[in-house]
Design a protein around this ligand. Structure first.
Ligand code: NAD
Length: 286
């Protein structure tokens, strides 16, 4: 309670970012979100028109309030990094101050500081290609959007994070086990994200008393997951083979996130926490 959270990677009410926002709001946090620039208009319009009101409902019956929606493209750190064609793009030209550095400056001007940073975004333009077919460009784009974006966000937010604060990201078990179909360098990007979680836990812990963890989540039929193409099969596989044979709810990941950024988890940092109905523990699926 009384804390302020910035959640990067919310553009509808289906994904993990939204569920995390709700769990933090239910625990009394003030919610700021970062929304990918091309998705900004439709998200804000839907929000304003009440399209999300049903899913904004918190356990006490009130509706989650989002204090401010910031346009964000986490593959660009400063305005100098933005290529001309992106600058000229209609959807980008309509918004401003959406590079990482500018978003953090704007948050600082608006609110002064934050306590919680959540990274719930990923993108791999060649995700449907096997790693053997992935181009250098596609691989580096996956790493840039899905791994370095977290380094950059924490690097820029750390100076305005209150000591005792915490940060989390979302990862996937394809980083450590073979998941055919999770291609384009996305498996590599998640491996980098998990390794960076440990190194950043050390650096941000020493520098700012900030804890850094990542949640390895089971399959959810989000917008991003549907783009990969086999999410329904993954959900079915998990349902059949996991120790807990039940649907995995986004709220279960949200609740774990709320725990991890709370004082209840004050000695947990540098960890990859599985929220997957236990699927990761199976050695043989029958
Ligand atoms: P989602 O579609 O709700 O979230 C992904 C978000 O990333 C979208 O809002 C998209 O607009 C945003 N985004 C993409 N590129 C961006 C950029 N350059 N700058 C800013 N935002 C950008 O889908 P999700 O599945 O909830 O994904 C959230 C996180 O959870 C991701 O890291 C994903 O890899 C991870 N995850 C998902 C699953 C799953 O099955 N859905 C499983 C494990 C981990």
């Amino acid at each position: 309670t009384g804390k302020r959270a910035f959640i990067a990677g919310v553009a509808d009410d289906n994904g993990y970012g939204w569920a995390i926002a709700k769990a933090l709001a239910a625990a009394g946090a003030e919610i700021l979100v970062g929304t990918w620039v091309p998705a900004l208009n439709i998200f804000e319009t839907s929000l304003r028109r009440g399209k999300f009101d049903e899913s904004r409902k918190l356990p006490d019956g009130s509706l989650m309030e989002i204090a401010k929606v910031y346009p964000l493209d986490a593959v660009y750190d400063t305005p100098e990094d933005v290529p001309e064609d992106v600058k000229a793009n209609k959807r980008y030209a309509g918004a401003s101050n959406w590079t990482v550095k500018e978003v953090v400056e704007t948050v600082k001007n608006d609110f002064g500081s934050i306590d919680i940073l959540v990274h719930s975004l990923a993108n791999g333009p060649e995700v449907t290609k096997s790693l053997l077919e992935t181009s250098r460009r596609g691989y580096l784009a996956a790493i840039s959007a899905s791994s370095y974006s977290y380094v950059s966000l924490l690097q820029h937010f750390l100076p305005i994070m209150n000591p005792g604060g915490a940060s989390i990201s979302l990862t996937y078990i394809a980083s450590e086990r073979i998941i055919p179909g999770y291609g384009g360098g996305m498996s590599s990007a998640k491996a980098a994200l998990e390794s960076d979680t440990r190194v950043l836990a050390y650096e941000a812990g020493r520098k700012g008393k900030i804890r850094v963890n990542t949640i390895s989540a089971g399959p959810l039929g989000s917008r991003a997951a549907k783009a990969i193409g086999f999410i329904e099969k993954m959900i079915e596989y998990s349902y059949v083979n996991a120790p807990l044979q039940k649907e995995l709810l986004a709220d279960e990941v949200g609740n774990t996130a709320a725990f991890l950024v709370s004082p209840l988890a004050s000695a947990i940092t540098g960890s990859t926490i599985y929220v997957d109905n236990g699927l990761n523990t199976m050695g043989l699926a029958l």
